[in-house]
Ligand binder design. Sequence first.
Ligand code: 3H9
Length: 705
Amino acid sequence: MPDLIRYDVRDRVAILTVDNPPVNAMGPGVLEGIEDGVARANADAGVDAVVLVGAGSTFIAGADIKIFGTLKTREQSLARSEGTHARLKRIEDSAKPLVAAIHGNALGGGLEIAMSCHYRVMAPDAKVGQPEVLLGIIPGAGGTQRLPRLCGAALAIEMCTAGKPVPAPKALAAGIVDRAAVGNLLDDAIEFARAKGAARAVRKTRDLTDKIADRDAGLAACAAGRKTLAATAKGVQAPFKAVDAIEAALTLGFDAGSGRERSLFADCVTSTECRALVHMFFADREAAKVPDVPKDTPVLAIARAAVIGAGTMGGGIAMCYANAGIPVLLKDVDEAAVRRGMATIRKNYESSVAKGRMTPEAFGRTMSLITPTTAYDDFERADIVVEAVFENMDLKKTTFAELARVTKPACILASNTSTLDIDEFAQASGRPGQVIGHHFFSPANVMKLLEIVRGRETSKEAIATSLALAKKLGKVGVVVGNCFGFVANRMIAYYMREAYLLLEEGAGVSQVDGALTEFGLPVGPFGMQDIAGIDVGWRIRQHLKLTGQKRAEGPQSEVPDRLYEMGRYGQKTGAGWYRYEAGSRTRIPDPLVDEIAASEAAKRGVTRRKVDDGEIISRIMTALANEGARILEEGYATRASDIDVVYCYGFGYPRHVGGPMFYADTVGLPTVLARVKEYRERLGDYWKPAALLEKLVAEGKGFHA
Ligand code: 3H9
């Protein structure tokens, strides 16, 4: 096995190269190796200074995230942090100047090591950051103490509470790094280190005081940070603890401040928030791995795309391609439809420019990548076509048959259907291996989830290409099976069923929505439906009635149908589950909806009662977990964590809760099963435990290993 830390000497400068692929995370031996390397350089008469650099594509991406799962108690965490803090102090005590040469990313513990060096040189395209809060923790290797000493409290708070990395120019201007490299990073850093070595110029970050000297300004920054978090960081604790730790840097000395950091870190690393967010970190990456699609499966290059249907979804999908720099044809049946679609796209981009999120140059460049058309000319050059026409099986089948005629044989034929059977289009195309579902979520240019639906005959190349393409489009791709509603909409049917029934039983519209937003969702089921349109759900229900299907077993509440019949489609008609004043999106509760719910309840013989918020969460979350279990046992999702990823990115399920399947594990599957049985007894036989749920409980296991 190659050394984790290589030691070379050039021009009287020792070069310590961290070589721990893929991202030089601080796994066992890394920090120890750096300390040994620094000691060796200090003892080496042929060395005046030291450069610390990362091998491969990045500097050091932080602690090895897997380690957090092993810290079960505060005591274990404290013992580990004490060791790390002491080691970093010993490194910082080097008598010979230490220079970190940063390329790629210096994140979390990576930046903390860099700040324990005496100087930092940074490649112009590199980034530095403290993203720990995204994992439910705070910087735990001195970051909350050293960062404010370099850049002041305000920026340190911003970086440690939002977790967003900062680019080189900002890091340089703020004093986090000392130099932006010109030309080759290592050559530049060696040159810089040589000069510092000649002057024996050692500068310990922990001794700096300038940037934290104005204590009142620092404390005001802490107060401002807490105020912002009160509005933005609902349901999480780590960002608040990061502010507490930075405050300690201002009010206590370095050693006492570090002690406070260790204590706060221990609170965080043993929390459910941390377990859930670490789970989501790995879940995001696992989702890209499909057991029967090997890593080396050939991936088709997607240089040109086409989208059929210039409506809301088609236009949004075309924007995704253009945003990724891929030229895209946007086809609809007539000039008017295409013009309307292009006007919406233009308006969206213009609004981004107005908000300063897009430069006028990028606007021009991106718009020029979208070519409107009413014909199939040029489709033979497309590497992928995404169909986003009306949800009608005959129309889709005709479209796929046409596409097979006008595209080259290797072209991938994707469908954005959210409910229809991919295998039927696949047969209609005559090229089933190339046909796949690409289910975008609305608004397609914003939502990060891409459900990649594999049909019976979809080729491995089409799946591997879709996963690579999702990444290129800035989406998280999750491969799912071809069942009704796939994973996301199949489960949402159970979520909505319970929401409707709770309403009939006596809960209020804003009570149900409030309980779920308190739980962490950005919007509750009724608010969400008012945005999406009550008419959309109605259309799906009509289609199901015609085909004799149900989206979810159990009583079908007719409250949404009554709203539809009254022309209450949601925000777009000024009323739905709520009322809206003209031009406003503020939800105003409407007693009329409660009356409708009461009258529908009477028709079904339901006795109304007071429903508490706890029951709302239990019913809805139990329904999701039970249906998720069925999806798993039927093989439509590869693993429970894929369902968590679908829910977090598709519906804004709170990451700090870890997705519906992880949440079920934290509640405990025996409790979830007991609830299903209780509801069955109380509400009816449609509450049936999933076989997988019963099996896991019997085996004493959870959904996640
Ligand atoms: C921390 O540092 C706490 C300290 O304050 C205190 C310590 C005492 N650990 O993302 P990619 C794996 S907290 C373990 O696909 P990219 C990843 O799972 C940490 N594994 O690549 C994947 O494995 P696989 C603070 C890690 O090029 C592979 O590497 N740091 C870690 O798209 C490639 O990853 C962070 O939060 C890790 N730290 O993006 C940074 N990082 O191939 C987390 C990655 O088996 N990392 N892996 O699926 C990132 O943000 C991105 O990985 C990075 C590269 C931007 C670096």
